[in-house]
Design a binder for this molecule. Structure first.
Ligand code: GAP
Length: 427
């Protein structure tokens, strides 16, 4: 019987114990809102980012990528509206001095101790930094508050250096930094996190069509990677960010913390018009056929890599009677397969298993385990989501077959040693 239980605490504990996620600067007591990815976490995150990147740039002919700098000319953040509008109202409890985002408070009492709250104070969430070595000559700059700005800054460079014609997209995966008033809930609200963005440049008359297209396309992508796609849904925003005319979130509806995973935003001509105004550069596009000149309009899909990572773990986390399984999509799991010799102290089994391990290593990420008994090794691989385990036993020495065990069904089959990679490819 399956006992499905999406418990954040259990996932946080597994993530640390098995090397997916570690609290940032832990030996110094930590730093709120910062996390590090461990050996398994970085493999899973890289798989996830590779899937997203290939889907964007290989599946779609007219999308190219960039990798922009984290620090830009500070004027960028004036033009983008962040210096004026990227603010959160902050309230503080006069009794326990805990701080909250005013938007999260339902009445005028402290949620922790019922104490009275201060009036909201506006708090800019951009993270400032200083450049230069001499104290009095230092320049104030910002770590980027959203990854997408470098796409707007390079829109003209991309048009001039490629053959792309509108409509086209520029995508990017990169870090963003926010001085969040209330970081928390594990990876959900951090101060340093990663975003994957597509900025889709189109003719203003086609915004409705492309907005609907990308809303569905992105949802379908997320559905293709989640264990329980029925846990995904849309939320339409009524309160809009300073740049947006229309916005939907793709949500992980089963989340025990916040639900927002990706925003689909109708940014219109806001970004390019503002950067044109602030930089003095002409950012119009001229249609090569009709010669019409216009400011391209933008549909943005902006998702959180870390939030997706967290929701994938929660969605895959499954408690069964005698095991914990991460039923991760095999494309995302840190290891695709594990190889075991039945017994560690039988050199002929170990050497046969090593041969399989070495040959698979060239193709996929593969784990080796010869500790304890087979049951414990299965348990250990199930817990980190390894979809298949191969065991070399005495029969292997006779007929060159191995058992291959499926993580989700726990069924075992015997296949020829030369067939293991093909078996994986077909799955
Ligand atoms: N360029 C638009 C933009 O940045 P956003 O809704 O503020 O829009 C996009 O952010 C995505 O980035 C969110 O849907 C979320 O997944 C992720 N994100 C935002 N703030 C975050 C935070 N503090 N910690 C982790 N992820 C965050």
């Amino acid at each position: 019987m399956e006992l499905k239980q999406n418990s954040l605490e259990e996932v946080v504990s597994l993530a640390k114990r098995r090397g997916f996620i570690f609290p940032g600067s832990e030996i110094y007591g930590g730093l709120q809102g910062f996390y590090d990815f461990g050996p398994l976490g970085v493999e899973m995150k890289n798989n996830l980012k590779r899937l997203w990147w290939n889907w964007m740039t290989q599946k779609h002919d007219n999308i190219v990528g960039i990798d922009g700098a984290i620090i830009t000319n500070p004027r960028v953040w004036e033009a983008s509206g962040h210096i004026k509008s990227f603010v959160d109202p902050l309230v503080e409890c006069k009794k326990c001095h805990h701080r909250f985002k005013a938007d999260d408070i339902n009445n005028d009492k402290c949620p922790d101790c019922d104490g009275p709250l201060t009036e909201p104070r506006m708090f800019n969430t951009l993270v400032p930094t200083q450049l230069g070595v001499i104290q009095d000559e230092k320049t104030e700059a910002y770590l980027r508050g959203e990854a997408c700005q470098t796409i707007y800054l390079n829109y003209k460079n991309v048009v001039d250096s490629t053959h792309l014609k509108i409509p086209f997209g520029i995508c990017q995966i990169g870090k963003a930094f926010r001085n969040e008033v209330t970081p928390g809930n594990f990876l959900f609200r951090q101060r340093e996190f990663e975003q994957w963005d597509l900025q889709w440049f189109c003719h203003p008359s086609e915004m409705e069509k492309w907005f609907d297209y990308w809303k569905e396309e992105r949802m379908n992508w997320y559905k293709s990677i989640f264990t329980h796609p029925e846990n995904l849904g849309f939320y339409q925003h009524e309160k809009l960010a300073h740049y947006a005319k229309k916005a939907f979130d793709i949500e992980y509806t089963a989340s025990p913390v916040g639900k927002e995973m990706e925003g689909i935003h109708w940014r219109g001509d806001w970004d390019l018009s503002r950067h044109s105004e602030y930089s003095g550069q002409d950012l119009n596009y001229t249609d090569p056929e009709t010669k019409e000149k216009f400011v391209p309009n933008i549909v943005e899909t902006s998702g959180g890599v870390d939030r997706t990572f967290l929701f994938l773990l929660l969605d895959a986390y499954t408690k069964e009677e005698d095991r914990i399984v991460l039923k991760l999509n095999p494309k995302i799991a840190p290891y695709k397969i594990a190889v075991f010799p039945l017994l560690k102290n039988k050199p002929e089994l170990v050497s046969e298993a090593k041969k399989i391990y070495e040959s698979l290593k060239n193709e996929v990420s593969v784990a080796w385990d010869d500790r304890g008994n087979i049951g414990k090794r299965y348990y250990s691989q199930d817990e980190i989501g390894t979809p298949y385990c191969v065991t070399v036993d005495f029969q292997t020495l006779e007929d060159q077959t191995v058992t291959i065990r499926d993580r989700d069904t726990m069924k075992q089959e015997r296949i020829h040693t030369g067939e293991v990679f093909n078996y994986l490819k077909e799955k």
